[in-house]
Design a protein around this ligand. Structure first.
Ligand code: SAM
Length: 250
């Protein structure tokens, strides 16, 4: 039985492809790529001639059946996405799940991941954190999700498309208030890398006033809500129930 390698690729700077990733991409029989034309540029740059096949959101379930057959027949395969770590807001979940269910060894080859890169440089607490992927594209859905996140005490992160960045920050301002610290991590590892942290009110003005900040790829890292002490946080009804329960304890 072959091995499925889940290989991280760069998120901008090609030097972030690890030597181990290079070895694996050279040695496997086939590379399953989110977009074969996009990945051709990366593979060409490194002189990798391994054949590729498309494995993306629209064909992944069916494609995985055939890829798992090849793994079971003894071929080693690699899975890559357009940038960063596969499965992180990228395809790959169905393939990895099917491979594991079939008893195939799945081996991660770690490397770049935009959310971890952003968190590592944001200067917000990183001992516990949450990743929310992409927020809904439309305002109503986005505000609902933001409302659900407003009380989250861990640092949390979202991916956002450049053309929605300003709207998203404006919705955050509306729901979370102007004081909440947010770090915009843009174009990480690329020439115009920018990591700007500020209270939301200030950050919205800064982004609105400079259209360059509304270009390129970005991660938003949001400070968690202040932790309230228990007495303040508990609904009085819940508190009363707890008191009753506590009285019953031996
Ligand atoms: N799998 C990728 C990873 O490991 O980070 C994420 C793929 S997701 C489809 C693409 C999103 O990741 C972008 O919209 C952006 O939010 C974020 N992203 C990717 N590259 C980035 C970069 N160089 N700088 C900032 N954000 C980036």
């Amino acid at each position: 039985v072959g091995t499925l390698y889940v290989v991280a690729t760069p998120i901008g700077n090609l030097q972030d492809l690890t030597p181990r990733a290079l070895d694996v991409l050279r040695s496997v029989s086939l590379i399953a790529a989110e977009d074969t034309r996009h990945s051709a540029r990366l593979l060409q740059h490194f002189g990798i001639n391994t054949p590729t096949t498309a494995c993306h959101d629209h064909n992944e379930r069916d494609k995985s059946v055939r890829l798992v057959e090849r793994l079971l027949a003894g071929d080693d395969l690699a899975l890559i996405s357009d940038a960063g770590t596969p499965l992180i807001s990228d395809p790959g979940f169905h393939l990895v799940r099917q491979a594991r269910e079939a008893g195939v060894r799945v081996c991660p080859v770690p490397g770049a991941c935009a959310l971890i890169a952003a968190l590592s440089a944001a200067g917000l607490p990183s001992d516990r954190f949450a990743f929310e992927g992409f927020l809904p594209a439309k305002t109503q859905g986005r505000r609902q999700r933001l409302q659900a996140l407003a009380g989250e005490s861990r640092t949390w992160m979202v991916y956002e498309a450049p053309h929605r960045l300003l709207e998203c920050l404006q919705d955050m301002l509306e729901v979370l208030g102007g004081e909440r610290q947010v770090v915009l991590a843009r174009e990480l590892t690329k020439t115009f890398e920018t990591i700007k942290g500020a209270p939301l009110a200030e950050l919205v003005d800064w982004v609105a006033g400079d259209s360059d900040q509304q270009r390129g790829e970005c991660v938003l890292v949001v400070e968690g809500a202040p932790v309230r002490d228990d007495a303040e946080a508990l609904d009085p009804a819940v508190e009363r129930t707890l008191e009753v329960l506590l009285e019953e304890l031996p």
